[in-house]
Design a binder for this molecule. Structure first.
Ligand code: MOS
Length: 748
């Protein structure tokens, strides 16, 4: 154990409420669209109403004549961009539409941009732009085009992974299932839709824009506008949700920046809710085939997971669902294969638990069916097949933590005594009751981050990193880690984040932000404390003079490591040294060797109870219990809230969310919150989250994993399996609807 992890303590682990909570509930927190610089213009984009074809004529006369309209940009008068929006020159670059041609690649693609003095004028004039199309029939869905094997699967991982002899594994199976599942297109719908305020000053560009990758995206914006990254300032103090969508540069934002430069005035653009369905990414639909076999004892001989994911006609983003089978079950043979199919849609993108949300939904339902075929309780089946590997074998090594999740979750839920057969339980109102479970799993990645920490002469600390708070509480959890790094109470910490002139805080994504930015902050604090210690130990007037065993920091004082009676406050040390603040820097990234030696995941077990009306088949999730092991929990209150949010999203996935296309036009017919269903309070009952103690010495020195995405995984399968247990009907297409259960009951 390093010294830093020993000194880690008094602030981390506390359930502090959000430090920015009051600013948010009083409206003092400024989101991107709350900025109104002098001379601001408003931009609204005109969306394509077909999904494939081209604009042959765009009538802008009425729009231009509308009072307050300053300009209408179309492919014909759109100013030049320095960078090609159809190139992929940097990490996480997606091809995007910036009025570069008359071609239509998906419905809701921008085909013109109206800029006006008021948002009302811009909105009205955008309605007056009349496009004339040459339309082609859209290719949609999983069967719209021929499948192909993409260059890579989930986030650059191989499209195919095989170990063992899969054919032999299938041949040796005594029990087998061959099942196909479908998951729909889902759209990120953060409360704050994408917004940007772009302000040019010569070749300096300032952007108020919600960003999950604040420093990194400077270079991306710089690419499109031909300016160095240093010329781009990004202010992103708050995000009203991100979910992966705000980690990516989008076309409407580039159009606003382009308009601001051309018109020499600041321009604001905020997407309307329905415009979220197209140009800013989504979760691609999947079809997944799972072939599993077991021996007589219910031990897997083969796990064969093949996934087909829909991407756009012009770029590849693969919802890598087959990836979910790589990390969990000890099978004699395994194959995970990823295919893709093109459709006339906006390019999908990372959406909360990309790949694993969809993949674990299918996997965990298939595992349940496999358990049924093998005659085993689903929990017993999972325990029998979980990979109890040790560190260094390249398999998940935290199996003890997962076993503990199973144990604690099952106990809290009351799983024991569950009848094996379906349709055995009813409640006192005659509703069918079912219990199901699913295993949760998510990668525990780290990116790279830097931070700066300053001990001020008044005994307070300043910590700085360009971290992003999407609402999950990063301002609070990261400040707690930073306070421990500096050996100060949280009240004495000023935390600066959310702006690109700070040290690079890395990416708020992949459930790796706390580990990465937190690691950098802790290292920076430790560095500042070390420098302060050097000053004290070298100063004959200090009680710590000559403390050879070193010093430790606690509550704003340094103590001799081997003698607690020798100590001095930060204030005294700095004052005697001349009163200059002491600054430290730090960085964090995972050493590549560690990632090669160990598989790194967070784990969990989710248990669900559903109640279903036997005549109407209305589905209610009445209880959800999730037990998660995610390394060191920095703030139990916030972590629980994150895990709950994930589980609610799992419920949403299982029962509500689906974007539906009109097959003639290719438009999404439910592109609003009336038609695109997400759970409301009345849909969510009895959420219970357990955080299972786990010390992981390998992921990073602080032992931090992530809690942002894992809650979705496991939950979808748990609900699907509970619905089967209640009704006897296996529905293999999400979301599960009343009609599916009615159809199932008629075939019974
Ligand atoms: Mo995410 S999809 O890691 O923001």
């Amino acid at each position: 154990m390093s010294e830093t992890s020993i000194r880690f303590g008094s602030n981390a682990g506390q359930s502090v409420t959000r430090r920015d909570g009051i600013a948010k509930v009083t409206g003092a927190a400024t989101f991107a669209a709350d900025n109104h610089p002098e001379g601001l213009l408003h931009a609204v984009y005109v969306p394509a109403t077909i999904a494939r074809g081209r604009v042959i004529r765009l009538d802008t006369v009425a729009a231009k004549a509308h009072p307050g309209v300053v300009e209408v940009f179309t492919p014909e008068n759109r100013p030049a961009l320095a960078g090609d929006p159809d190139a992929k020159p940097f990490l996480f670059a997606f091809r995007t539409e910036v009025l570069q041609s008359a071609e239509i690649r998906y419905a809701n693609q921008p085909i013109a941009l109206v800029v006006a003095e008021t948002v009302e004028a811009a909105t009205e004039a955008a309605r007056l732009v009349v496009p004339h199309y040459e339309a082609l029939p859209p290719r949609l869905g999983l069967d719209g085009d021929a499948p192909y094997k993409p260059e890579s699967g989930n986030f650059g991982r191989p499209a195919e992974t095989v170990f063992g002899d899969v054919a032999a594994g299938h041949a040796a199976a005594r029990h087998a299932v061959d099942l196909t599942y479908e998951t729909p297109a889902q759209y990120h719908n953060a409360m704050e839709t994408h917004a940007i305020v772009a302000t040019w000053d010569g070749d300096q560009l300032a952007l108020d824009v919600p960003s999950q990758a604040i420093v990194m995206s400077r270079g991306a914006y710089g690419y499109y506008f031909g300016i160095p990254a240093e010329n781009v300032t990004i202010r992103s103090p708050y995000l009203g949700g991100g979910f992966g969508s705000k980690a990516v540069i989008n076309g409407p934002a580039l159009l606003a920046i382009l308009a601001a430069r051309a018109l020499r005035r600041p321009v604001k653009l905020m997407l309307r809710r329905e415009q979220m369905f197209g140009p800013v990414g989504h979760r691609g639909a999947t079809r997944q085939r799972l072939r599993i076999g077991t021996d007589d004892d219910g031990r897997m001989t083969a796990l064969d997971h093949e996934s087909l994911a829909v991407t756009s006609t012009f770029d590849d983003f693969i919802e890598g669902a087959a990836d979910a089978s790589l990390g969990l079950y000890a099978t004699e043979s395994l194959r995970s294969t990823q295919y893709a199919v093109r459709a006339d849609i906006g390019t999908p993108g990372p959406m909360r638990a990309p790949g694993i949300a969809t993949g674990s939904a299918a996997l965990e339902c298939a595992v349940d069916e496999m358990a049924e075929a093998a005659g085993l309780d689903p929990l017993e089946f999972r325990l029998r097949n979980y990979a109890d590997a040790e560190p260094g074998t390249g398999r998940p090594y935290s199996s003890k933590a997962l076993r503990e999740c199973y144990r604690q979750g099952a106990e809290r839920f009351g799983w024991a005594g569950r009848p094996l057969a379906p349709r055995q339980m009813t409640d006192d109102r005659g509703l069918l009751v079912g219990w199901g479970m699913g295993t949760a799993l998510f990668h525990a990645p780290m990116f790279a981050a830097e931070a700066r920490a300053t001990l001020r002469p008044d005994g307070t600390g300043l910590v700085e990193t360009a971290a992003a708070d999407m609402g999950q509480g990063a301002w609070t959890a990261l400040a707690q880690i930073a306070a421990d790094g500096l050996g100060l109470p949280l009240e004495k910490i000023e935390f600066r984040a959310g702006a690109s002139d700070l040290p690079d805080g890395g990416i708020a994504g992949g459930s790796g932000h706390t580990a990465t930015a937190g690691g950098a902050l802790h290292a920076a604090g430790s560095d500042a404390v070390r420098r302060l210690g050097e000053i004290a130990v070298a100063d004959p007037a200090s009680p710590l003079f000559g403390a050879n065993a070193g010093v430790v920091a606690r509550d704003g004082r340094l103590f001799a490591r081997d003698d607690d009676s020798r100590s001095e406050s930060y204030v005294e040390i700095i004052a005697r040294a001349g009163g200059a603040a002491v600054q430290g820097t730090g960085s964090a990234a995972r050493p590549p060797e560690a990632a090669e030696r160990h598989a790194m995941y967070s784990h969990g077990a989710v248990f669900a109870e559903v109640k279903i009306d036997p005549a109407l088949f209305q589905i209610r999730v009445t209880r959800l219990v999730g037990a998660f092991a995610a390394g060191r929990i920095i703030n139990p209150h916030l972590a629980t809230s994150q895990l709950m949010g994930g589980m609610i999203w799992g419920l949403s996935f299982a029962l509500h969310e689906e974007a539906r296309h009109d097959r003639r036009t290719g438009r999404i017919v439910n592109a609003d919150f009336a038609g695109y269903h997400i759970p409301v309070n009345a849909d969510v009952a009895g959420l219970d989250v357990i955080t299972v103690h786990e010390e992981d010495p390998h992921v990073n020195p602080l032992g931090i994993k992530g809690v942002g995405e894992i809650g979705i995984t496991g939950t979808v399968g748990a609900i699907g399996n509970a619905i089967w247990h209640a009704t006897g009907t296996r529905v293999r297409r999400f979301p599960i609807r009343i009609a599916d259960l009615l159809a199932g009951s008629q075939s019974m």
